[in-house]
Design a protein around this ligand. Sequence first.
Ligand code: ADP
Ligand code: MG
Length: 273
Amino acid sequence: MSDPTRPKGPRIIAIANQKGGVGKTTTTINLGAALAADGFNVLLVDLDPQGNASTGLGIKASQRQLNTYDLLLGDVPLEDIVQTSDVEGLLIVPATTSLSSADIELISNEKRSFLLFDALRQPAIDQYDLDFVLIDCPPSLNLLTVNAMVSANSILVPLQSEFFALEGLSQLMLTIREVRETANSTLRIEGVVLTMYDSRNKLSQQVEADARENLGELVFQTIIPRNVRVSEAPSFAMPVLEYDPSSKGAQAYMQLAKELVKNNAMNTNVEGT
Ligand code: ADP
Ligand code: MG
């Protein structure tokens, strides 16, 4: 892709929130698919030992011999680890439970916080001409998540439209501040995106009002509605954009991709796809 306005190297975005079940994996898969549909080259790094993003994109266990563990700790060529997915323009490094032992092995490693940073900056990454790397973080503020934050340009935080949604955000922000002070001074917050929003539910409206009041501009205009098609798609090993492109969920993720691209002052359809 020869877009002269394109900065050197991909934009690396970590999808993080230490709460489980808030929509991290769903957002990583579907934002990735939406950006790919807009013509961008996207690499999804599955950094959760549960490997839900890998499963949701149809990467079978037998296809995960080489995975994020090897990306972090192995001495394996990148070409052997990065896989294509069924979604055009979307590449993936899958995860297996081996990653949970990595979290422990990392502790005694001198470069423990910088392994993903180094992996994503090796010269071999250039062959993929990536525009975006999206990192699906585990539901914890462990060393894996710290690796994501150290390697990323920005953090995207999914916020479930539920009671206590904002609780825990301060701890996340504290970790981001620590990473800024120690390892990655330019780390930005890409934005907070409300997920599983039910417009008929007063609670959803209240969470939105609270988020916009407390976080202001950081909250994406785009809201991801609770939509059954979104939750069905992974069992068909597809992003919702392919499973049901006209669904409210698919439309919302397309919209989110456009808003993100606009915020980053990038041009869509970089190659006129
Ligand atoms: P996390 O990665 O933060 O643990 P997930 O993305 O796995 O969260 O989402 C948790 C559950 O909620 C999953 O079963 C997923 O299918 C469902 N889900 C996520 N977003 C939506 C949505 N917009 N509408 C309906 N279900 C959703
Ligand atoms: Mg997940």
